[in-house]
Design a protein around this ligand. Structure first.
Ligand code: ADP
Ligand code: MG
Length: 706
């Protein structure tokens, strides 16, 4: 086995590891040396000196080492058992405090611990009737042998599963590291990015000689992870850039006619984005562009302009939306705008619900339908629709998409990036424009969307009315209601949104009915309509149309209206139990108002008092800047949610933190970009190790999908 892939060696080939242990590790998802060594410690205990036994309770976690005086098992209320283990500090005097460790209904403990054992425990001490307890501490029995591994050092503590103890795991890592010639392990980072050798970093992350050395090791390994991710993203990009595509750009005459027919001028940002897209469409490589812009920034118009350019070149353009309501809205909107141009527009949504057993997004069908098959009969654009709007149903139908030049995916975060990756991976793919209204911080853009070109609409249309946001508790509901009524009487419209408490049919129906009755009474004689996930599509359609046309004054709804709905006369957004929604979701909801020239009001009703909820609501009240909100969201939820694999199509991070380690991501990105600049395919012999990194990243990603 060469040094390059020595870490890919399966554990079962290691002769000193008993087969039963190997099976245990395998059940835990660890099958190779690499799996074992990249299962990084979750924390460390400095066992060079232990804490003194506590004298009082505290909020501080303590790590102490003592001798077991006795173990007792007691039956307590409800047929439960409690194990009590009393320990005492070494060289204890009569005055030394004792500590009682307790476990409730945990049976293995009493079999493991006996009087006379030396025990390390970690937990929070609390005081009851003059005695100090730690309930369910993490613990470890210190045995005579192998002291150099488990104590007298900064000791790693791992996230483990039942059956594997800290000692077993730690000893396995220790022996594997001992058995490797660490100096010969292939570096996975350019030296100028970080000078620590990979082997040293691996050893120091598990068994650090000092705090600074652990820090240096972490830096190296996080950079390694980020660099691998950026190489992967770079490779994806290099593939698409090198692929042949077609020129899908017409003269622009149709687009010009659309623009002159609009009652408003384009924003500077829209003009810029259209120019960027136009250049991409004209190029003979497939476009892969993200159109990124806050809610209400006018992405649809940019997309439509691109679609017209494409249609003029003789190809079809399709737009895929995540919900039926949205697809229908786009359809009506496009039909209205394009009627004078005499274009043929079609709507494709599933008339019947997709069976839950069938995948929502069928890559195969979509790809079959979008791949430009050589020799396939090109439909005549005079009879076939030139512009097709649809939901996922677009992907099933297949028909009518065999001359597709441009695919636009609206609110792409609703679909997941994996699908996009599959789409882009195909040869001779159409030009692809994805749009999202979820602003994401830059560190994430260059990761999640690192393989895309990005156009940003960073400017709102000028005629926008102001949005006032207020947080109120339920006691203010009467005042709020009076205010809403006044607005409705003045001709405006309102959304009233409440969270789904339970997804089950019965409860939803009940909650919905109650909400509706309540508001109908409160707002009578103004007309209310009810919209939720289970309203039948035809009815939903009629209902939205009614609201859009101003025949209904208030729309009582679940968050189904979250995405994309555009009714400029609606100026009130009241959200009940606002704390139950996520920050990004609330921002999206608020984006439904402030779309016309009237002043708009977003009222967040909540009785929540906990700090995260308050921070969330106050963030919304303070800013309407989508990017600031995205940062706050990232802080509150952690990047995991945003960089979920299914969503991002990226391999998971084991050590790095996208928020805390942002600067390193930037450094890793710069290093990867530099490499690809020098050699777009990374084909040079000295780039061999990086190709291996990309291959293993790809494997990792694929293992995540399957
Ligand atoms: P989003 O970016 O959230 O998808 P939309 O494309 O739905 O936003 O646009 C929101 C509203 O703004 C629509 O009613 C649209 O007609 C209008 N709009 C788009 N561009 C402009 C502009 N340049 N000036 C004024 N209004 C615009
Ligand atoms: Mg939109």
């Amino acid at each position: 086995m060469t040094t390059a892939n020595i870490l890919e060696q399966p554990l079962r080939e290691i002769n000193w590891m008993p087969p039963q242990r190997v099976r245990q590790f395998e059940r835990f998802g660890i099958t190779t040396l690499d799996d074992l060594l990249t299962h990084f410690p979750k924390r460390y205990e400095d066992r060079r000196t232990f804490d003194h036994f506590p004298h009082t309770e505290s909020e501080q976690l303590v790590c102490v080492c003592g001798t077991v005086l006795g173990v007792s098992v007691k039956r307590i209320r409800g047929g439960r058992t409690m194990v009590e283990v009393t320990i005492e500090e070494e060289q204890a005097t009569a005055l030394s405090p004792r500590l009682i460790c307790r476990w409730f209904n945990v049976y293995h403990v009493q079999k493991m611990i006996a009087a006379g054992h030396k025990l390390i425990v970690f937990g929070k001490p609390k005081e009851r009737a003059g005695k100090l307890y730690i309930d369910h501490p993490e613990f470890e029995i210190v045995e005579g042998e192998e002291l150099s591994i488990h104590v007298n050092r900064i000791t790693p503590i791992y996230r483990l599963t039942e059956g594997i103890t800290q000692r077993i795991f730690r000893a396995a890592v220790f022996r594997v590291l001992e058995g490797l010639d660490l100096a010969t392990l292939q570096d996975r980072l350019p030296r100028d990015l970080d000078p620590t050798p990979f082997g040293v970093a691996l050893r120091q992350i598990h068994f650090p000689d000092s705090e600074p050395e652990r820090e240096a090791a972490r830096r190296h390994l996080v950079l390694g992870e980020f660099f691998a991710m950026q190489l992967f993203v770079g490779a994806k990009r290099a593939e698409t850039v090198s692929r042949p595509g077609h020129n899908h750009c017409g003269s622009g005459a149709l687009m010009e006619r659309l623009h002159t027919s609009l009652p408003f001028p384009l924003t500077g940002a829209q003009t810029r984005a259209i120019a960027e897209i136009r250049a991409d469409l004209a190029a003979t490589r497939p476009m892969n562009r993200l159109l990124h812009g806050d809610v209400g920034s006018g992405k649809t118009l940019v997309a439509l302009s691109a679609m017209l350019l494409c249609v003029e070149s003789g190809a079809q353009a399709a737009l895929m939306a995540p919900t039926q309501i949205l697809a229908e809205q786009h359809y009506l909107n496009f039909k209205r705008l394009l009627a004078p141009l005499g274009l043929n527009i079609a709507l494709r949504t599933g008339s019947k619900r997709t069976d839950s057993a069938t995948p929502l997004f069928d890559h195969g069908a979509w790809l079959d339908s979008v791949i430009d098959k050589p020799g396939a009969r090109r439909p005549s654009l005079s009879t076939e629709p030139q512009i097709i709007i649809g939901t996922h149903a677009l992907l099933y139908e297949g028909a009518g998409l065999n001359n597709l030049g441009l695919a636009v995916i609206d609110e792409q975060h609703k679909f997941g990036v994996l699908q996009r990756a599959r789409l882009i991976e195909q040869s001779s793919a159409p030009d692809v424009l994805v749009m999202t209204a979820t602003p994401i911080p830059r560190t994430l853009t260059m990761t999640v969307y690192g393989d895309l070109d990005v156009s940003t609409l960073d400017e709102m249309p000028a005629d926008r009315g102001k949005i006032v946001t207020a947080v109120r508790d339920t006691s203010k509901l009467p005042d709020v209601t009076a205010f809403i009524r006044k607005e409705l009487e003045a001709g405006r419209q309102a959304y009233i949104v409440y969270p789904l408490i339970d997804e089950s049919d019965k409860l939803e129906a009940k909650a919905t009915a109650q909400e509706f009755e309540k508001w109908q009474k409160l707002l009578a004689p103004m007309r209310c309509e009810l919209l939720h996930g289970r309203v039948d599509p035809v009815e939903k359609d009629a209902l939205m149309e009614k609201f859009r046309a101003g025949h209904a004054h208030a729309l009582i709804a679940t968050s189904v209206i979250e995405v994309g709905i555009d009714v400029p006369n609606a100026t009130i957004m009241l959200i009940e139990n606002a704390e139950r929604f996520g920050l990004a979701q609330l921002h999206q909801l608020r984006g439904r108002i402030g779309r016309g020239t009237h002043k708009s009001y977003c009222i967040l009703i909540s009785d929540a008092t906990d700090a995260p909820a308050l921070e969330k609501l106050n963030t919304l009240a303070e800013t309407s800047d989508g990017f600031k909100i995205a940062e706050a969201d990232l802080r509150l939820r952690g990047p995991g949610d945003i960089l979920g694999t299914a969503q991002s199509g990226l391999p998971p991070l084991k050590l790095g933190n996208l928020l805390a380690d942002q600067a390193w991501m930037r450094a890793a990105r710069a290093a990867a970009v530099k490499l690809f600049k020098a050699d777009p395919q990374l084909a040079l012999p000295e780039h061999r190790p990086y190709r291996d990194v990309i291959t293993s990243q790809r494997k990792l990603m694929l293992s995540q999908i399957s």
